[in-house]
Ligand binder design. Structure first.
Ligand code: HEC
Ligand code: HEC
Ligand code: HEC
Ligand code: HEC
Ligand code: HEC
Ligand code: HEC
Length: 413
């Protein structure tokens, strides 16, 4: 009996070891996701530099699907193929790839020439993030965001409690009032010192339609109605056409942070019109080629520039800033004559991975600056006479408003 036990334990142990080895080799073949913090950190950096413009690690769709749990949704070899070149995988007839491609309106995900372990690192990061989120929500003590979440639900429920309390108090007050009224009218009815007419008034039944028809009720209802409609209209109008913060994804992942920030290429090297004409202009692919005929030729992003040139079709940059046609804005006037720096209107472009609209570009924004900004008299003798005349009448420096910067016709055709 005892012997039997020993044998079976031995067999079991051997079996476990063999099974373990098989499993292990299987896993390393399939490039298992790692829980090593260093790998996860590397994956995080890669993800943030390459994927965040289109993906989040949640269920939320950005441009592409939320990647939460994608490590369990797809096997690693598939993920590697997909991230290296999704088009290739789609064209190979892979059912899942085609399904998701169609589901996202045939938006093409760009290709990344990552090594296997780089992709494994990204997926490890995604797995780590995916498993973090629900834990934080369920165990609020563990993470800062969890605590916040619980606090905010508490806030909500305490507001609900206050509301319920209010309603209860209101109900109690009205019950008490009704009781008092009935008591008083009973008392008055029983009193003998009351005239017939007063008695009639006391006994008139409460009449709803008289409330509906009363002037003050109609007045209040109309007032509230007008208030609500008015608020909706104003909110709607104020928001029309303002797109501050707009930062569309561009066809080539061109980075101002890299070119204007790290490599300190001057803005007007590419935006050639900015000091001499109305439009700053967007550089043609030929300007890129000044450098990229030699730099990073193998990058898929740079290949797109070559493709644009060989096909003769310009790169279709998505316009970020767009004033309505009725407004007249001139870059040379501001950047050259006025000496206004790019960052006053466009913000710190040299730190932006993707350009975004920094200022509201509303009429109020233009006018405010014209009220506050002094005319630039340095290196510009055009204004000498005007400035001298202005100085006679006022101690303040001559502002843009003083040379007609608030006149409708200056900005509107
Ligand atoms: C320019 C936008 C864009 C970028 C950048 C991008 N993706 Fe995608 N991705 C998509 C779109 C769109 C889809 C949906 C499929 C399609 O339309 O091709 C997708 C699908 C995926 C899928 C399949 C998701 C699923 O639910 O099965 C994975 C995995 C993925 N992307 C990973 C990545 C990783 C990792 C990166 C960064 C290295 C990245 N993507 C960068 C747009 C992008
Ligand atoms: C190497 C070339 C290059 C340099 C240098 C450069 N830009 Fe750009 N810029 C571009 C390209 C290409 C685009 C269009 C793609 C985009 O929006 O990212 C662009 C777009 C912009 C836009 C948005 C245009 C729109 O569509 O409304 C602004 C604003 C801008 N650049 C400002 C600057 C400023 C300010 C600097 C200097 C700090 C600068 N750029 C330097 C190439 C360049
Ligand atoms: C004055 C030189 C110069 C000009 C002009 C220039 N670039 Fe670059 N670009 C660089 C340098 C330098 C790098 C960094 C290369 C590296 O990381 O090794 C770079 C990197 C890039 C990258 C990143 C490539 C990658 O895969 O890492 C892209 C995309 C890019 N440039 C697009 C453009 C576009 C589009 C234009 C034209 C609007 C342009 N560049 C004009 C010098 C230039
Ligand atoms: C006084 C504010 C102001 C300053 C200063 C300014 N811009 Fe602009 N910029 C604008 C506005 C407004 C637009 C939108 C113009 C339109 O839609 O007609 C714009 C648009 C652009 C565009 C898009 C293409 C175009 O010309 O419409 C680029 C590129 C640009 N600016 C680059 C620059 C650069 C580079 C500088 C600095 C040398 C600069 N801007 C200085 C306000 C400014
Ligand atoms: C950051 C400050 C600033 C902002 C914002 C700004 N401007 Fe100006 N603007 C100036 C300055 C400074 C001058 C004076 C240039 C000069 O010395 O002639 C000027 C001059 C002008 C002029 C010429 C006025 C004249 O009498 O010759 C026009 C037109 C104009 N701006 C239109 C606009 C419009 C349209 C906008 C909004 C889209 C705008 N500006 C936003 C600073 C600004
Ligand atoms: C400094 C330049 C500037 C001056 C001066 C100026 N405007 Fe404007 N105005 C603008 C700009 C820029 C817009 C577009 C704003 C937007 O799209 O939100 C605009 C928009 C408008 C609009 C709204 C049009 C629409 O479709 O929403 C009206 C109306 C208007 N202006 C009338 C005037 C009148 C009247 C004056 C003279 C009292 C005047 N503006 C002076 C720059 C100016």
């Amino acid at each position: 009996m005892l012997l039997n036990y020993k044998v079976s334990i031995k067999v079991l142990a051997k079996f476990t070891i063999i099974f373990g080895i098989i499993l292990n080799s299987f896993q390393s073949n399939a490039q298992s996701v790692s829980t090593d913090p260093a790998v996860i950190a590397a994956g995080k950096a890669l993800f943030e530099n390459n994927c965040t413009q289109c993906h989040g690690v949640s269920d939320e769709v950005v441009v592409g699907p939320g990647l939460k749990g994608v490590h369990s949704r797809r096997p690693m070899p598939w993920l590697i193929k997909w991230i290296r070149n999704s088009t290739l995988l789609i064209n190979s007839g892979d059912a899942y790839a085609n399904e998701i491609y169609n589901k996202f309106g045939k938006t093409q995900m760009q290709s990344f020439d990552f090594k296997d372990d780089e992709i494994v690192a990204i997926v490890s990061y995604i797995k780590d993030e995916s498993e973090k989120a629900p834990v934080a929500a369920a165990a609020p003590v563990a993470g800062g965001s969890g605590v916040q979440q619980v606090a905010s639900t508490q806030d909500n429920s305490s507001i609900n409690y206050i509301l319920i309390l209010f309603i209860l108090i209101l109900v109690i007050i009205s019950v008490v009032l009704v009781l008092i009224i009935s008591l008083i009218s009973k008392y008055l009815n029983n009193s003998t010192s009351i005239s017939e007419i007063d008695r009639e008034v006391i006994n008139t039944k409460f009449n709803l339609s008289s409330v509906y028809n009363s002037k003050s009720f109609k007045g209040i209802v109309t007032f509230v109605f007008v208030l609500i409609i008015g608020k909706a209209c104003i909110d709607g109008l104020v928001g029309v056409g303002i797109s501050q913060g707009y930062a569309p994804t561009q066809p080539i992942a061109f980075s101002h942070k890299l070119h204007a920030g790290e490599y300190k290429i001057g803005c007007n090297y590419c935006h050639t019109g900015v000091y001499k004409s109305k439009s700053a202009s967007i550089p043609s692919a030929n300007i890129c080629m000044n450098c990229h005929n030699a730099i990073k030729q193998e990058s898929p992003e740079i290949q797109k520039i070559y493709k644009a040139i060989s096909s003769g079709r310009p790169i279709e940059w998505v316009r970020v800033h767009n004033l309505p046609d009725l407004a007249n804005f001139n870059h040379a006037t501001h950047a050259k004559v006025g000496g206004v720096e790019c960052k006053n209107c466009h913000g710190p472009v040299e730190t932006m991975e993707v350009v975004q609209q920094y200022s509201p570009l509303t009429m109020g924004w233009c006018i405010n600056c014209h009220r506050e900004t002094a005319v630039n008299g340095k290196d510009n003798h055009y204004y000498d006479a005007l400035m001298a005349a202005h100085a006679k009448n006022s101690k303040e420096p001559m502002k843009v408003k003083d040379i007609g910067g608030l006149e409708c016709s200056k900005c509107h055709y």
